[in-house]
Design a protein around this ligand. Structure first.
Ligand code: DER
Length: 223
């Protein structure tokens, strides 16, 4: 039922927001993949230029027969579709569960319009999960120490056999638990200031963002 809801919302979002000749940013994750699959059926598909944020979504876009823009087109992103790991009551987001947060934030910060698609479980009053923090491998210990000094509990993200997860930028991710994040905007800036931190999975609300919520009863809503 939830999959049906995501399928329906993807159809609605693509129909409502995608126009011919757009440069479209593609966020990563399984929910964003529904959007990309929906784009396969667009009549104007060949007029679009896409900018993927990971190999995962790039492969989905290739399967959908989509064309790609040169990354230099980043300032011209008309719209970006992306998922999220948590969305709080003031529409701040935790992202990075898929490890693509650095490229996702580049697109989201430059796109004219942002469309976030997420299932209802992702919408919370206040954050209740770790914050993915992308760190240069050289700073894996020094940044972890600084994160502890500001009250975080960092843990290097590993694959199932204990191998460190490495992002497409060659960095590691420290999933960091904070007891509370009263001011996500301030926290984002403070954490970004730690040497070796390449990106922080806190995305504070910017204008022109639309949120789709898929519900387990098979329906969806724009919030
Ligand atoms: O990495 C991210 O921020 C992604 O948006 C992601 O974590 C959401 O992925 P999902 O749609 O597969 O839950």
């Amino acid at each position: 039922l939830l999959q049906d809801a995501i399928q329906k919302l993807a159809k609605d979002a693509v129909g409502r927001f995608v126009r011919p000749n757009q440069v479209v940013g593609l966020g990563s994750g399984s929910t964003a993949a529904y959007i990309v699959r929906e784009m396969a059926g667009l009549k104007a598909k060949n007029t679009l230029l896409c900018v993927p944020t990971s190999l995962q979504i790039k492969v989905e876009a290739e399967k959908s027969g989509l064309r790609f823009a040169d990354e230099g087109r980043i300032p011209d992103i008309d719209i970006v579709f992306d998922g999220a790991d948590q969305i709080d009551g003031r529409f701040n987001m935790i992202k990075g569960g898929g490890g693509a947060l650095l490229r996702e934030k580049i697109l989201i910060s430059s796109a004219k319009t942002v469309v976030i698609v997420a299932d209802e479980a992702k919408f919370v009053k206040s954050f209740s999960r770790s914050v993915p923090i992308e760190v240069h491998p050289m700073a894996r210990t020094s940044a972890a120490k600084k994160l502890e000094e500001v009250g975080g509990r960092p843990a290097m993200r590993t694959l199932d056999k204990g191998y460190p997860f490495v992002t497409e930028n060659g960095n590691i991710i420290l999933d960091t638990v904070f007891s509370s994040i009263p001011d996500p905007e301030k926290a984002e800036l403070e954490l970004k200031g730690i040497a070796g931190v390449m990106e922080v999975g806190l995305f504070t609300r910017k204008s022109d963002v639309y949120y789709y919520r898929a519900k387990s009863d098979g329906t969806f809503e724009m919030v």
